[in-house]
Design a protein around this ligand. Structure first.
Ligand SMILES: [Zn+2]
Length: 349
Protein backbone atom coordinates (compact mmCIF):
# COMPACT_ATOMS: atom_id res chain seq x y z
CA UNK A 1 0.00 0.00 0.00
CA UNK A 2 2.70 2.44 1.00
CA UNK A 3 4.64 1.60 -2.14
CA UNK A 4 1.57 2.41 -4.26
CA UNK A 5 1.04 5.77 -2.58
CA UNK A 6 4.70 6.62 -3.20
CA UNK A 7 4.21 5.66 -6.86
CA UNK A 8 1.16 7.93 -7.14
CA UNK A 9 3.01 10.83 -5.50
CA UNK A 10 5.98 10.21 -7.78
CA UNK A 11 3.74 10.19 -10.87
CA UNK A 12 2.15 13.42 -9.62
CA UNK A 13 5.55 15.05 -9.19
CA UNK A 14 6.69 13.87 -12.60
CA UNK A 15 3.56 15.16 -14.24
CA UNK A 16 3.96 18.45 -12.38
CA UNK A 17 7.51 18.77 -13.69
CA UNK A 18 6.31 17.85 -17.14
CA UNK A 19 8.12 14.49 -17.23
CA UNK A 20 5.18 12.15 -17.58
CA UNK A 21 5.82 8.44 -18.08
CA UNK A 22 4.47 7.51 -21.50
CA UNK A 23 1.86 5.12 -20.09
CA UNK A 24 0.11 7.90 -18.16
CA UNK A 25 -0.24 10.24 -21.20
CA UNK A 26 -3.92 10.21 -22.13
CA UNK A 27 -4.31 8.54 -25.52
CA UNK A 28 -4.73 11.23 -28.21
CA UNK A 29 -7.62 10.62 -30.56
CA UNK A 30 -6.15 9.08 -33.72
CA UNK A 31 -5.74 11.77 -36.39
CA UNK A 32 -7.97 11.42 -39.40
CA UNK A 33 -5.80 9.93 -42.15
CA UNK A 34 -5.04 12.01 -45.22
CA UNK A 35 -6.90 10.47 -48.16
CA UNK A 36 -5.04 10.69 -51.46
CA UNK A 37 -6.44 9.71 -54.85
CA UNK A 38 -3.87 9.17 -57.58
CA UNK A 39 -5.33 9.34 -61.06
CA UNK A 40 -3.17 7.73 -63.75
CA UNK A 41 -4.17 9.76 -66.84
CA UNK A 42 -5.88 8.05 -69.80
CA UNK A 43 -6.38 4.23 -69.90
CA UNK A 44 -8.35 1.71 -71.95
CA UNK A 45 -8.95 2.99 -75.49
CA UNK A 46 -7.71 6.41 -74.46
CA UNK A 47 -3.99 5.99 -75.02
CA UNK A 48 -2.96 9.60 -74.43
CA UNK A 49 0.08 11.01 -76.22
CA UNK A 50 2.11 8.62 -78.38
CA UNK A 51 5.62 9.63 -79.41
CA UNK A 52 9.06 8.05 -79.63
CA UNK A 53 7.71 4.63 -78.70
CA UNK A 54 5.96 5.98 -75.59
CA UNK A 55 2.27 5.51 -74.85
CA UNK A 56 1.14 7.95 -72.21
CA UNK A 57 -1.42 5.67 -70.49
CA UNK A 58 1.31 3.10 -69.77
CA UNK A 59 3.68 5.67 -68.32
CA UNK A 60 1.09 7.30 -66.06
CA UNK A 61 0.15 3.97 -64.45
CA UNK A 62 3.81 3.14 -63.80
CA UNK A 63 4.36 6.52 -62.15
CA UNK A 64 1.11 6.13 -60.18
CA UNK A 65 2.16 2.73 -58.80
CA UNK A 66 5.55 4.12 -57.74
CA UNK A 67 3.86 7.17 -56.19
CA UNK A 68 1.46 4.96 -54.22
CA UNK A 69 4.24 2.68 -52.94
CA UNK A 70 6.27 5.69 -51.80
CA UNK A 71 3.31 7.50 -50.21
CA UNK A 72 2.32 4.40 -48.26
CA UNK A 73 5.65 4.55 -46.45
CA UNK A 74 4.28 7.59 -44.60
CA UNK A 75 2.15 7.44 -41.46
CA UNK A 76 -1.51 8.28 -41.45
CA UNK A 77 -2.22 8.28 -45.16
CA UNK A 78 -4.66 6.26 -47.25
CA UNK A 79 -3.97 6.02 -50.98
CA UNK A 80 -6.30 5.00 -53.82
CA UNK A 81 -5.84 4.75 -57.58
CA UNK A 82 -8.63 5.59 -60.03
CA UNK A 83 -7.49 2.74 -62.28
CA UNK A 84 -5.13 -0.17 -61.71
CA UNK A 85 -4.78 -1.68 -65.19
CA UNK A 86 -3.88 -0.42 -68.64
CA UNK A 87 -7.03 -1.92 -70.16
CA UNK A 88 -9.30 -0.03 -67.81
CA UNK A 89 -10.92 3.10 -69.25
CA UNK A 90 -12.39 5.60 -66.77
CA UNK A 91 -14.32 8.77 -67.63
CA UNK A 92 -13.10 12.05 -66.20
CA UNK A 93 -16.37 12.42 -64.29
CA UNK A 94 -15.99 8.94 -62.75
CA UNK A 95 -12.46 9.74 -61.60
CA UNK A 96 -13.73 12.69 -59.58
CA UNK A 97 -16.82 10.75 -58.40
CA UNK A 98 -14.50 8.02 -57.11
CA UNK A 99 -12.45 10.63 -55.22
CA UNK A 100 -15.67 11.89 -53.65
CA UNK A 101 -16.77 8.36 -52.70
CA UNK A 102 -13.60 7.82 -50.65
CA UNK A 103 -13.73 11.33 -49.17
CA UNK A 104 -10.47 12.36 -50.83
CA UNK A 105 -8.46 15.30 -49.57
CA UNK A 106 -6.80 15.72 -52.96
CA UNK A 107 -6.77 14.17 -56.44
CA UNK A 108 -3.55 14.06 -58.48
CA UNK A 109 -3.98 13.37 -62.16
CA UNK A 110 -0.70 12.17 -63.68
CA UNK A 111 0.17 12.98 -67.29
CA UNK A 112 2.89 13.46 -69.88
CA UNK A 113 2.85 16.23 -72.44
CA UNK A 114 3.28 16.76 -76.18
CA UNK A 115 2.88 19.87 -78.33
CA UNK A 116 1.54 20.34 -81.85
CA UNK A 117 4.85 21.67 -83.19
CA UNK A 118 7.01 19.56 -80.87
CA UNK A 119 8.77 22.68 -79.66
CA UNK A 120 7.98 22.85 -75.94
CA UNK A 121 9.68 21.01 -73.09
CA UNK A 122 9.52 20.93 -69.29
CA UNK A 123 6.93 20.28 -66.60
CA UNK A 124 3.78 22.13 -65.58
CA UNK A 125 0.92 21.77 -63.12
CA UNK A 126 -2.68 22.79 -63.88
CA UNK A 127 -4.87 23.85 -60.99
CA UNK A 128 -8.48 24.95 -60.60
CA UNK A 129 -9.13 28.67 -61.13
CA UNK A 130 -11.61 28.79 -58.25
CA UNK A 131 -11.52 29.48 -54.51
CA UNK A 132 -9.96 27.00 -52.12
CA UNK A 133 -9.35 24.53 -54.98
CA UNK A 134 -7.18 27.22 -56.60
CA UNK A 135 -5.41 27.96 -53.35
CA UNK A 136 -4.64 24.31 -52.60
CA UNK A 137 -3.76 23.56 -56.21
CA UNK A 138 -1.30 26.46 -56.38
CA UNK A 139 0.31 25.59 -53.05
CA UNK A 140 0.75 21.96 -54.02
CA UNK A 141 1.74 22.83 -57.61
CA UNK A 142 4.58 25.08 -56.50
CA UNK A 143 5.98 22.30 -54.31
CA UNK A 144 5.49 19.80 -57.13
CA UNK A 145 7.30 21.66 -59.88
CA UNK A 146 10.22 22.34 -57.53
CA UNK A 147 10.49 18.56 -57.01
CA UNK A 148 10.50 17.97 -60.77
CA UNK A 149 12.96 20.84 -61.19
CA UNK A 150 15.33 18.93 -58.91
CA UNK A 151 15.42 16.27 -61.68
CA UNK A 152 16.56 18.95 -64.12
CA UNK A 153 13.15 19.15 -65.81
CA UNK A 154 12.50 22.74 -66.90
CA UNK A 155 9.78 24.35 -64.79
CA UNK A 156 7.06 25.88 -66.96
CA UNK A 157 4.92 26.79 -63.96
CA UNK A 158 1.62 26.29 -62.17
CA UNK A 159 -1.34 27.56 -64.16
CA UNK A 160 -5.10 27.78 -64.45
CA UNK A 161 -7.26 27.64 -67.55
CA UNK A 162 -10.92 28.59 -67.84
CA UNK A 163 -13.00 27.26 -70.74
CA UNK A 164 -15.71 28.97 -72.79
CA UNK A 165 -18.44 28.16 -70.25
CA UNK A 166 -16.52 29.94 -67.51
CA UNK A 167 -15.55 26.73 -65.72
CA UNK A 168 -12.20 24.99 -65.36
CA UNK A 169 -11.11 23.99 -68.88
CA UNK A 170 -9.69 20.56 -67.98
CA UNK A 171 -12.41 17.97 -67.35
CA UNK A 172 -10.88 16.16 -64.41
CA UNK A 173 -10.18 19.44 -62.60
CA UNK A 174 -13.66 20.74 -63.42
CA UNK A 175 -15.27 17.54 -62.07
CA UNK A 176 -13.19 17.76 -58.88
CA UNK A 177 -13.95 21.46 -58.33
CA UNK A 178 -17.68 20.72 -58.71
CA UNK A 179 -17.30 18.35 -55.74
CA UNK A 180 -15.12 20.79 -53.82
CA UNK A 181 -12.13 18.43 -54.04
CA UNK A 182 -8.82 20.05 -54.98
CA UNK A 183 -7.60 18.34 -58.15
CA UNK A 184 -4.47 19.04 -60.19
CA UNK A 185 -2.97 17.77 -63.41
CA UNK A 186 0.75 17.07 -63.23
CA UNK A 187 2.38 17.17 -66.68
CA UNK A 188 5.75 15.63 -65.87
CA UNK A 189 7.64 16.13 -69.14
CA UNK A 190 7.23 16.15 -72.93
CA UNK A 191 7.28 12.88 -74.88
CA UNK A 192 8.08 14.68 -78.16
CA UNK A 193 11.04 16.93 -77.39
CA UNK A 194 14.73 16.08 -77.58
CA UNK A 195 15.38 17.79 -74.26
CA UNK A 196 12.95 15.66 -72.20
CA UNK A 197 12.85 12.33 -74.08
CA UNK A 198 16.26 10.97 -72.95
CA UNK A 199 15.26 11.69 -69.35
CA UNK A 200 11.95 9.82 -69.66
CA UNK A 201 13.78 6.93 -71.36
CA UNK A 202 16.44 6.65 -68.63
CA UNK A 203 16.32 3.52 -66.51
CA UNK A 204 14.12 3.83 -63.43
CA UNK A 205 13.08 7.39 -64.26
CA UNK A 206 9.32 6.71 -64.05
CA UNK A 207 9.87 5.28 -60.59
CA UNK A 208 11.85 8.40 -59.65
CA UNK A 209 8.95 10.57 -60.87
CA UNK A 210 6.56 8.61 -58.66
CA UNK A 211 8.83 9.16 -55.67
CA UNK A 212 9.03 12.90 -56.43
CA UNK A 213 5.24 13.12 -56.75
CA UNK A 214 4.84 11.36 -53.40
CA UNK A 215 7.45 13.61 -51.80
CA UNK A 216 5.56 16.70 -52.96
CA UNK A 217 2.36 15.30 -51.41
CA UNK A 218 4.23 14.46 -48.18
CA UNK A 219 5.60 18.02 -48.02
CA UNK A 220 2.22 19.59 -48.74
CA UNK A 221 0.42 17.54 -46.05
CA UNK A 222 3.46 17.70 -43.70
CA UNK A 223 3.63 13.91 -43.41
CA UNK A 224 6.22 11.86 -41.64
CA UNK A 225 7.27 8.28 -41.89
CA UNK A 226 8.17 6.13 -38.90
CA UNK A 227 9.35 3.55 -41.46
CA UNK A 228 11.96 5.68 -43.24
CA UNK A 229 12.45 8.55 -40.78
CA UNK A 230 11.40 11.11 -43.41
CA UNK A 231 9.75 13.97 -41.56
CA UNK A 232 8.09 16.89 -43.33
CA UNK A 233 6.04 17.96 -40.30
CA UNK A 234 8.03 21.20 -40.19
CA UNK A 235 7.92 21.81 -43.95
CA UNK A 236 7.18 25.45 -44.73
CA UNK A 237 5.91 27.18 -47.84
CA UNK A 238 4.42 30.57 -48.61
CA UNK A 239 0.68 29.96 -48.85
CA UNK A 240 -1.32 31.32 -51.76
CA UNK A 241 -4.19 33.62 -50.81
CA UNK A 242 -7.69 32.40 -51.58
CA UNK A 243 -8.94 34.51 -54.49
CA UNK A 244 -12.24 36.38 -54.40
CA UNK A 245 -12.98 35.53 -58.03
CA UNK A 246 -11.67 33.08 -60.64
CA UNK A 247 -8.04 33.38 -61.72
CA UNK A 248 -8.00 33.62 -65.50
CA UNK A 249 -5.19 32.46 -67.74
CA UNK A 250 -3.02 34.97 -69.55
CA UNK A 251 -4.43 35.32 -73.05
CA UNK A 252 -2.05 37.96 -74.35
CA UNK A 253 1.51 37.71 -75.65
CA UNK A 254 4.38 39.24 -73.66
CA UNK A 255 4.26 43.02 -73.48
CA UNK A 256 7.86 43.73 -74.44
CA UNK A 257 10.33 41.98 -76.74
CA UNK A 258 13.13 44.28 -77.92
CA UNK A 259 16.58 43.53 -79.25
CA UNK A 260 19.80 45.40 -79.88
CA UNK A 261 22.92 44.13 -81.62
CA UNK A 262 25.83 44.79 -79.25
CA UNK A 263 28.70 43.31 -81.22
CA UNK A 264 29.55 41.21 -84.26
CA UNK A 265 32.35 38.83 -84.97
CA UNK A 266 32.94 38.37 -88.70
CA UNK A 267 35.57 35.70 -87.90
CA UNK A 268 33.38 33.17 -86.07
CA UNK A 269 29.93 34.25 -87.32
CA UNK A 270 28.62 35.26 -83.90
CA UNK A 271 26.36 38.27 -83.44
CA UNK A 272 25.99 39.34 -79.81
CA UNK A 273 22.38 40.31 -79.14
CA UNK A 274 20.85 42.00 -76.12
CA UNK A 275 17.21 41.12 -75.58
CA UNK A 276 14.64 42.63 -73.22
CA UNK A 277 11.44 40.70 -72.57
CA UNK A 278 8.60 41.43 -70.18
CA UNK A 279 5.10 40.15 -69.52
CA UNK A 280 2.94 41.82 -66.90
CA UNK A 281 0.68 38.78 -66.39
CA UNK A 282 2.80 35.66 -66.61
CA UNK A 283 6.51 34.86 -66.68
CA UNK A 284 8.56 34.80 -69.88
CA UNK A 285 9.99 31.26 -69.98
CA UNK A 286 11.45 30.63 -73.45
CA UNK A 287 13.06 32.64 -76.23
CA UNK A 288 14.09 31.86 -79.78
CA UNK A 289 16.21 33.70 -82.33
CA UNK A 290 16.49 33.95 -86.07
CA UNK A 291 19.35 35.17 -88.26
CA UNK A 292 17.31 35.13 -91.50
CA UNK A 293 14.75 37.77 -90.59
CA UNK A 294 12.30 35.30 -89.03
CA UNK A 295 12.13 32.63 -91.77
CA UNK A 296 13.70 30.02 -89.46
CA UNK A 297 14.08 30.03 -85.68
CA UNK A 298 16.37 28.36 -83.18
CA UNK A 299 14.91 25.73 -80.86
CA UNK A 300 13.32 27.33 -77.79
CA UNK A 301 15.94 28.42 -75.28
CA UNK A 302 15.48 28.79 -71.53
CA UNK A 303 14.89 32.39 -70.48
CA UNK A 304 16.38 33.40 -67.12
CA UNK A 305 13.29 34.61 -65.24
CA UNK A 306 15.34 36.61 -62.75
CA UNK A 307 16.33 39.15 -65.45
CA UNK A 308 14.40 41.21 -67.98
CA UNK A 309 17.45 41.87 -70.12
CA UNK A 310 20.00 39.29 -71.17
CA UNK A 311 22.48 38.81 -73.99
CA UNK A 312 23.52 35.85 -76.09
CA UNK A 313 25.22 35.00 -79.36
CA UNK A 314 23.31 34.28 -82.54
CA UNK A 315 25.47 32.13 -84.80
CA UNK A 316 25.19 33.02 -88.49
CA UNK A 317 26.11 30.13 -90.80
CA UNK A 318 29.14 30.59 -93.01
CA UNK A 319 28.36 32.24 -96.36
CA UNK A 320 24.98 33.62 -95.29
CA UNK A 321 24.80 37.14 -96.67
CA UNK A 322 23.04 40.08 -94.98
CA UNK A 323 21.68 38.44 -91.82
CA UNK A 324 18.74 40.07 -90.06
CA UNK A 325 18.30 39.18 -86.39
CA UNK A 326 14.80 38.73 -84.95
CA UNK A 327 13.82 37.18 -81.61
CA UNK A 328 10.74 35.87 -79.90
CA UNK A 329 9.83 35.85 -76.21
CA UNK A 330 7.33 33.21 -75.00
CA UNK A 331 5.30 33.43 -71.81
CA UNK A 332 4.32 30.33 -69.86
CA UNK A 333 1.01 30.18 -71.71
CA UNK A 334 3.12 29.63 -74.84
CA UNK A 335 2.18 32.95 -76.44
CA UNK A 336 5.02 34.85 -78.06
CA UNK A 337 5.92 38.38 -79.06
CA UNK A 338 8.36 39.01 -81.90
CA UNK A 339 11.04 41.67 -81.67
CA UNK A 340 12.00 44.40 -84.09
CA UNK A 341 14.25 43.05 -86.91
CA UNK A 342 17.87 44.24 -86.82
CA UNK A 343 19.89 43.94 -90.07
CA UNK A 344 23.63 43.30 -89.64
CA UNK A 345 25.11 45.15 -92.60
CA UNK A 346 27.99 43.83 -94.68
CA UNK A 347 28.51 40.86 -92.43
CA UNK A 348 31.20 38.62 -93.92
CA UNK A 349 31.80 35.19 -92.46
ZN1 LIG B 1 -2.42 13.21 -70.75
Amino acid sequence: MKKRITAIILAGLLSFSGILPASTVPAKAAEKPVVIVIDPGHGGNNLGAQHNGFTEKLLTLQVANAMKAELEKYDNVTVYLTRTSNEQGVSLEDRAAFAQSVNADFLYSLHFNASAEHNFYGCEVWASAFGSCYQKGMDFGNIMIAELGSLDIYQKGVKTKIGKKGEDYYGVIRACTARNIPGVIIEHAYLDHAYDVPKVKAANFLNTLGVKDATAVAKYFKLKSSKTGADFSGFKYTPTAQPAGPIRQDESAPDVCDIKVLARNDKDGNVLVQMTAKDNQSPVIYFAYSYDGGKTYSPLQMWDRSKETQSYNVKVPSGFANPTIVCRAYNNFELFKESNPVPVKEFKY
